[in-house]
Ligand binder design. Structure first.
Ligand SMILES: O=C(O)C(=O)C[C@H](O)[C@H](O)COP(=O)(O)O
Length: 206
């Protein structure tokens, strides 16, 4: 898949499910529930132990699978070798940006300030993760787009069914949703994840 197609797929997906499993089996089950519920983009976090097993289990999925909580360049290379189509970090890391550019893999770094965002743009990131999104109002996107009209922002952290629309209406290209989905798994297991994912999708079509 070409980088441009991956970026388009993320933009079309609108919801990126951030999967934080306590085991690779759990991460796989939550991911499969999210995909069954209609989510088209999955971010498997590197806090999941033996995470490569989850990448392997999802390799024939028709959703786009990426890696999250990528804190260093070694982890980014590991993710790419395991088939990750995009790489997400909680912060901006120049070495990860360079590595991802080398392999034409989109890098979505977490940024909070305009300086961090401009640095990430200069480092080649086409989508900036606003993290933690719950420290900001959705109107922040509009304000940033004043001086940076072409910036593409994906808020993550504290986004869920209750507020995803506010962010998308404010101009977010997509939203990253973690705990809101993982909580559904803790409460109702696989079926809970399917139901929650379906609720996001229904919300998108309204
Ligand atoms: O570590 C990363 O690269 C991340 O992507 C961080 C996650 O985006 C947040 O942990 C999700 O936040 P919640 O939806 O509030 O659970």
């Amino acid at each position: 898949m070409q980088k441009i197609e991956i970026l388009k797929a993320l933009s079309d997906a609108k919801v990126v499910a951030v999967i934080r499993g306590s085991s690779p089996e759990e991460a796989t089950e939550i991911s499969k529930g999210a995909i069954t519920g209609g989510i088209r983009a999955i971010e498997i976090t590197y806090t999941t132990p033996f995470v490569e097993e989850t990448f392997k289990a999802l390799r024939h999925s028709d959703a786009i699978i990426g890696a999250g909580t990528v804190l260093d360049v070694e982890t980014a290379r590991h993710a790419i070798l395991n088939g990750a189509k995009f790489v997400v970090s909680p912060s901006y890391n120049a070495a990860i940006a360079k590595l991802c550019n080398r392999y034409s893999v989109p890098y979505l770094p977490g940024c909070m300030t305009i300086t961090e965002m401009v640095t990430a743009l200069e480092g080649g990131s086409d989508i900036i993760k606003l993290f933690p999104g719950n420290q900001f109002e959705p109107s922040f996107i509009k304000t940033v787009k004043g001086p940076l009209p072409n910036i593409t922002i994906m808020p993550t952290g504290g986004v869920g069914l209750a507020n995803m629309h506010e962010w998308l209406n404010a101009g977010a290209v997509a939203v990253g949703i973690g705990s809101d989905l993982n909580k559904a798994f803790a409460k109702d297991g696989y079926e809970g994840v399917v139901a929650q994912a379906k609720a996001y999708m229904k919300n998108l079509s309204n």
